[in-house]
Design a protein around this ligand. Structure first.
Ligand SMILES: Cc1ncc(COP(=O)(O)O)c(C=O)c1O
Length: 510
């Protein structure tokens, strides 16, 4: 499917078109007709996803070349915009909603989430302070607490919703920086002789958003201590302890440690309880990055990897990863709201209540931004439409599918699994028996050959358009990943991915 069929296109261009020389917004009846047509487009798109290749067959720059380089002077009716959406946007998108999308970590735009997004756009709230959106503010308090209860954390955790885990971690680390006692929000860091080098500890497998947060917060990349991991890609607490001792003895000041539950490459799990012991003893802020895996904690029987996270100062988990919420929604939970306030609160007279009364909550007190989206609405819809039980069932099924895929890899002598599967992501590579048993660190030539083979394999697999995989490197080796988390992915899609992998591997061999 590369363009709208003529009948659909004609129907869309019929929608509205009452452009006048007036000054107001779109006429309400034109809006109604166009919005109905847009909903039909959405429903048709979601129902027909499998007609698209997951990754479009498109050359870089070719989409831009089809668009005018100069902005239009004259207006176009809504129907034309919708027809152009169907003609230009749909066929040139990477289809994250396609059930064959098994790359990175999924982001599902589920039905209730989309409904929430649509209404969010229309009601146009800005819950920066309570007065600018009482319902936006209080609904956020409610859904944050529902999610907190859902994942089994104690009531001492409060929090807020941000756009991404990158922002959530930045805010958490700003709280850690302020808690260290150097009043950086007020005094800054430049030119100060009373501030030693500050240190933030994380594993070599932690996400780059932590590095970026330190760059943004004035701590610099030099503040980061990337610690070695064990055979399962988990942070080694002994290395953390040693690094802190060494830093202290050389006059540096440890301020935070970031533990990851579900790292980006292999979804490994840092030993949070052991790390919490050290953080507690050393008086450093513990931030837990559970951006991807956090929703698994909705399932009480699957909480073992989360042991100790209740002792964290802050935790991030992303509903827009494995909780079927359309981008964007990241949940930052913390027991230290006052530290976030110290880092970001700055109230101007124009943001105060006219009678000087204290609002129940002004969320912008805790974030670098003033304006904020009303993200609580889609979460409210989503949690209620699925119910916690429905969310658990779907997550559980994804874990089951991943383990099934892993069992196929394990049973095939021509494939090799490269990491444990604690959640719903499988890391593996093609390693045909005919190449012999060599490989590993000791055999660079073989490793290079396997890297090349696997890079060609993923290219071939993704070119089919039926599935879309991503890759990483583990212990230096080119690694394929199958990450299940899209609500539309069923067993048949995972089986198809495996069939295509084996078929394309055999083709490469031939
Ligand atoms: C463990 C982890 N943390 C943080 C992030 C960043 O997430 P976001 O894109 O919401 O900033 C990712 C992204 O994949 C991740 O895997």
């Amino acid at each position: 499917m590369t363009s709208a069929d003529p009948a659909t296109r004609a129907a869309l261009t019929d929608v509205g078109g009452s452009q006048t020389d007036g000054l107001g917004d779109m006429d309400p009846e034109e809006f109604r007709a166009a919005a109905h047509a847009a909903v039909d487009l959405m429903a048709d798109y979601l129902a027909g996803l499998e007609r698209f290749p997951v990754f479009p067959s498109v050359e870089p720059g070719s989409i831009r070349a089809r668009l005018p380089s100069e902005p239009p002077e004259e207006p176009a009716p809504a129907g034309v915009l919708l027809a152009d959406y169907q003609r230009l946007v749909e066929p040139n998108a990477t289809h994250w909603q396609h059930p064959g999308f098994l790359a990175y970590f999924a982001t599902t735009a589920s039905g209730p989430g989309i409904l929430g997004e649509m209404l969010t756009a229309a009601i146009g709230q800005n819950p920066m302070i309570w007065r600018t959106s009482p319902v936006g503010t209080e609904l956020e308090q409610v859904v944050v607490d529902w999610l907190r209860q859902g994942v089994g954390l104690p009531p001492v955790f409060d929090g807020l919703i941000t756009d991404t885990a990158s922002t959530s971690s930045l805010i958490a680390l700003a709280g850690a920086r302020e808690t260290a006692g150097f009043s950086v929000a007020g005094e800054g860091l430049a030119g100060r002789e009373d501030v030693p080098q500050l240190r933030v500890y994380l594993s070599s497998e932690a996400h780059s958003s932590i590095d970026k947060a330190c760059m943004t917060l004035g701590l610099g990349r030099s503040s980061l201590v990337h610690l070695p991991v064990d055979d399962d890609f988990a942070m080694r607490p002994d290395a953390l302890e040693r690094a802190i001792t060494e830093d202290r003895s050389e006059g540096r000041r440890p301020i935070a440690v970031v533990a990851t539950i579900g790292t980006t490459s292999s979804t490994s799990v840092d030993p949070v309880a052991a790390i919490a012991d050290i953080a507690g003893r050393e008086g450093v802020w513990l931030h837990v990055d559970a951006a991807y895996a956090g929703p698994v904690a909705l399932i009480p029987e699957r909480r073992a990897p989360f042991a100790g996270w209740e002792r964290a100062d802050s935790i991030v988990l992303n509903p827009h990863k494995w909780l079927f919420t359309p981008l964007d929604a990241s949940l930052l939970l913390t027991r230290r709201m006052e530290a976030l306030r110290d880092a970001f609160s700055l109230t101007r007279p124009y943001l105060q209540a006219p009678d000087g009364s204290e609002p129940p909550r002004d969320y912008s007190d805790f974030t670098p931004q003033l304006g904020r989206r009303f993200r609580a609405l889609k979460l409210w819809f989503l949690i209620r439409w699925f119910g916690l039980a429905g969310l658990r069932r779907r997550i559980e099924e994804h874990v089951r599918l991943a383990h099934e895929f892993a069992s196929w890899v394990d049973a095939d002598p021509d494939f090799e699994r490269l990491a444990p599967v604690p959640f719903s992501t499988v890391c593996f590579r093609y390693r045909p028996v005919r190449l012999g048993a060599a490989g590993g660190d000791g055999d660079r030539a073989m490793e290079a050959r396997l890297d090349d083979l696997n890079a060609r394999l993923i290219e071939a697999v993704n070119r089919t358009g039926d599935v879309f995989l991503s890759h990483t490197r583990l212990r230096g080796s080119y690694t394929l990943r199958v990450a299940i988390g899209n609500i539309r992915t069923e067993e048949r899609h995972v089986a198809r991915a495996w069939e295509i992998l084996r078929r394309e591997a055999a083709r490469l061999d031939a």
